[in-house]
Design a protein around this ligand. Structure first.
Ligand code: HEM
Length: 483
């Protein structure tokens, strides 16, 4: 007889003596565990030869049973923060649905037409028509709020993954793809600005156009390709509309599908409590069908309800606020999700120009292209910059943020810096000198990072054994005994 035990089995037994799992029945996670046990029993039963089952109509034609066996049983860990990704996904679905409706009325053209004696760009007039139809106006507001919600939930999702260190092996590529998704979503938001073609749209898009042109060597060509010629021109709206409704959503849908396939293939990471309740390599959670599907359905309905309520009472960007182009829109600031770039641009003095015989680099390129590019680059590289990401170990559990003081400090520092840039967007309006603004932007993140580090360090146990181990090492056979 051979007795083989894995290192992970031994560790699990040390942490949780046999039988104690069953004593945890009063814990709220009990129901999920029991479901999983039931499911496992079923699996074992189906593995044994059983009486042939009568196949259903759909199953006979499409093999739905096999599909369910393969994917319907996928376990989803239950943890509030795991819904942020789903919220981003559902926001996207809501955006596509409401966008299709709006597309039935909207006209992507800036040709001037006569509307009751006034000459207006056709796009502006069609946006006015949308505003004048109550249900269309409601959908326009839902579309706008859903865009905010999508970006906000992506940010929450990113922050959760970062602070719990779950971007480490084996999920580095999915993290990098996530950064691409974030960039694409911000781009969709930016391109959407132009469509109502009011005075705000033209000014804000014009700023984007001049930022694109500031890229050395390729700027002019890139800007004209993206904006359909020298912005604003007759080619601009059809180009931006196609990018907004087709090119970027198709790219988001494609990237999202690969991202989710990655999650299915690599499995979710799990909340710390799962380590004590399920063997390493097993995901503790509710099966996709029907439990997770029901939870997701509830979330979708809640989001619909919340967005419609909000949209009914808080209109977003009414056309009257700025009027048609030419009415003057001097106080143009981007929405909150691009405000950090605007804030940084404002902090760069206009004299900051670097001239060499081959290239001239101005503040627009530094603040509006190079800076966001660097931020995105550093975020993409986070899994490779994180020195706790040791090769050979797989990180399968959420690590308590306080256990990684350096990561916590870096994250808090970056978030405080972004917060300071929001302030920078208004610094002159609140009477702050530029020098003081620079001091705040540099010192506040350092102080916040130090405080976060000190807090985490004071909570980290001294002994290595007392720390939570977020890894699940590969199956290493130990203590193999032959009789
Ligand atoms: C359109 C945007 C996005 C959607 C719809 C989306 C959706 C999801 C979903 C549903 C999951 C599984 C549940 C969860 O862990 O929350 C997930 C996991 C993951 N996402 Fe995203 N995501 C998006 C953007 C991002 C971004 C911006 C990043 C990072 C920069 C990212 C990195 C990851 C990683 C590393 C995982 C695996 C995490 C784990 O298992 O703990 N995602 N995503």
């Amino acid at each position: 007889m051979r007795e083989t035990r894995t290192a992970s089995e031994e560790r699990q037994e040390r942490e949780e003596p046999r039988g104690s799992r069953w004593r945890r029945r009063s814990r709220p996670d009990r129901i999920y565990y029991r479901d999983l046990v039931v499911e496992r029993d079923q699996l074992e039963r189906t593995a044994a030869p059983a009486a042939p089952r009568r196949r259903g109509w759909l199953d006979e034609r499409l093999g739905t049973r096999a599909f369910y066996e393969k994917y319907g049983r996928k376990a989803f860990p239950v943890h509030t923060t795991f819904f942020f990704g789903e919220m981003a996904l559902f926001s996207f679905v809501i955006l596509v649905l409401t966008g299709i409706y709006l597309g039935l009325i909207y006209t992507p053209s800036n040709v001037e037409i006569d509307v009751e004696g006034a000459s207006l760009p056709q796009a502006f007039a069609s946006a006015q028509l949308i505003e004048s139809i109550p249900v269309a106006n409601l959908f326009r507001n839902v579309h706008h709020w859903a865009a905010h919600l999508m970006i906000f939930s992506i940010l929450l999702h990113t922050v959760r993954i970062f602070f719990t260190g779950t971007y480490r092996k084996p999920r580095e590529l999915n993290w990098a793809l996530g950064v691409v998704l974030l960039g694409l979503t911000l781009m969709a938001g930016f391109v959407g600005y132009a469509l109502p073609y009011d005075s705000y749209a033209v000014t804000a898009t014009g700023i984007g156009y001049s930022l694109a042109r500031s890229i050395p060597w390729v700027g002019n060509v890139a800007a004209e390709l993206f904006f359909g010629g020298t912005f604003p021109t007759l080619g601009s709206l059809p180009r931006l509309y196609t990018i907004h409704v087709l090119v970027v959503p198709a790219m988001i849908a494609g990237a999202m599908s690969i991202h989710l396939l990655g999650v299915i293939k690599q499995k979710h990471t799990q909340p710390g409590y799962a380590r004590k309740l399920a063997e390493p390599g097993r995901v503790l959670g509710v099966p996709l069908w029907p439990y997770q599907a029901l939870l997701a359905g509830q979330l979708l309905l809640l989001m619909f309800g919340g967005l419609f309520l909000l949209s009914a009472f808080v209109p977003v960007h009414p056309l009257d606020a700025y009027g048609p182009p030419g009415a003057g829109a001097s106080d143009v600031k981007p929405d909150w999700y691009l405000l950090w770039i605007y804030g940084f641009l404002k902090m760069i003095p206009s004299e900051a120009v670097l001239s060499t015989p081959i290239v001239t680099i101005g503040p627009e390129f530094l603040g509006g292209v190079l800076f966001p590019g660097l931020v995105f680059g550093v975020i993409t590289l986070a899994p490779w910059l994180d020195r706790t990401n040791h090769r050979g170990r797989r990180y399968e559990y959420l690590e308590p943020p306080s256990q990684a003081p350096a990561r916590l400090a870096a994250g808090v520092g970056v978030l405080t810096f972004i917060g300071a840039l929001f302030l920078a967007a208004f610094y002159d309006e609140i009477g702050l000198p530029l020098l003081a603004m620079w001091a705040i932007a540099l010192v506040a993140p350092l102080v916040a990072a130090l405080l976060a580090y000190a807090w985490a360090w004071s909570r980290t146990p001294d002994e290595e054994a007392a720390k939570f181990d977020p890894t699940a090492e590969e199956e290493v056979r130990v203590g193999s005994v032959a009789d």
